[in-house]
Design a protein around this ligand. Structure first.
Ligand code: APR
Length: 261
């Protein structure tokens, strides 16, 4: 039995499987990763997008954010075979939740499901928890209203910097910025899912950004089988039961076929 077959066997026998994904699962869809060759942080300085910069200089923040959104989300991009394979496992098996660091919304497009913020879960729905928020939305920093991002990005590109809400408040991309806390409820939910999991799959993430990067360790310390699918090594490889160095668009469909056969 090879590593992937072993992992599929553990997934089949598990009551609760949790998947944790990073930029690597969306790279085949054309969304650039942050680190590694040609990564976003080779072209931009993380500090430009920090929460302190947004508070200090919202106009300059928004001008840079528009450039980042163009770089990351330019043109049409859609779920790839890896997103679809996870969605299929969610529909047919015990995939309890997908915890994603990605803000591209592609897991939701592949498998419309509850968003994990308390919406009613039906038994067969997979919770999708967007730990870092969603770049396709904006949120008013005064009234808290969330809006579809496209029309607001257009207004900002037309010179409204920063774009403002009807209430007069400044809009912020609905993502967790560097230096900003993840919403307590979200990280608590993610931690309890990691603790409850029998199998924890870390897919397409360098596993370096906290607190998300601690989730595989939390799952392992709670007795879960940890499987890592990633092209490069990660700091969690040592605690994983299976490390699979393969492209997500090869590994995930094969894992799905083995699990659902
Ligand atoms: N198949 C498998 N793995 C891949 C593929 C692929 N096709 N393409 C890239 N990878 C791997 C890379 O080897 C890399 O280790 O995906 C990983 C992506 O790592 P990062 O770019 O660091 O992305 P991520 O782990 O999601 O970053 C976490 O950092 O900057 C913040 O908020 C940002 O959510 C992001 C967080």
């Amino acid at each position: 039995m090879n590593d992937l077959e072993r992992l599929a066997d553990d997934v089949r026998r598990a009551d609760t499987v949790v998947a944790f994904t990073g930029a690597g699962i969306s790279a085949p869809s054309g969304v650039p990763t942050f680190r590694g060759d040609d990564g976003v942080w080779d072209k931009f300085d993380e500090g430009q997008f920090a929460y302190g910069r947004f508070q200090r200089d919202p106009e300059g923040f928004w001008a840079d954010r528009l450039e980042l959104q163009r770089e990351m989300f330019d043109g049409e991009f859609e779920p790839n075979a890896a997103h679809e394979a996870l969605a299929a496992m969610g529909r047919n098996e015990n995939l309890e939740a997908i915890l994603t660091q990605n803000t591209d919304g592609l897991h939701g497009e592949a498998a419309p499901a509850s968003d994990g913020t308390g919406g009613p879960d039906t038994d067969d729905e997979t919770t999708i928890l967007e730990l870092h928020g969603n770049s396709q939305r904006v949120r008013c920093t005064d009234c808290g209203k969330r809006r579809d991002g496209d029309p607001i990005f257009e207004r900002a590109a037309g010179g409204e910097l920063p774009p403002t809400c009807d209430c007069g408040g400044v809009f912020k991309p609905d993502v967790v910025l560097f230096g900003e806390q993840l919403p307590g409820a979200v990280i608590q939910r993610a931690r309890s899912l990691a603790r409850e999991s029998d199998v924890f799959l870390a897919i397409g993430s360098s596993l370096v950004v906290e607190p998300a990067a601690s989730l595989p360790r939390l799952a392992a310390s709670s007795g879960a089988t940890v499987g890592i699918v990633n092209l490069e090594s990660t700091p969690c490889d040592g605690i994983a039961d299976v490390v699979y160095r393969e492209d997500v668009t090869d590994a995930l469909p094969r894992l799905r076929d083995l699990v659902l056969e």
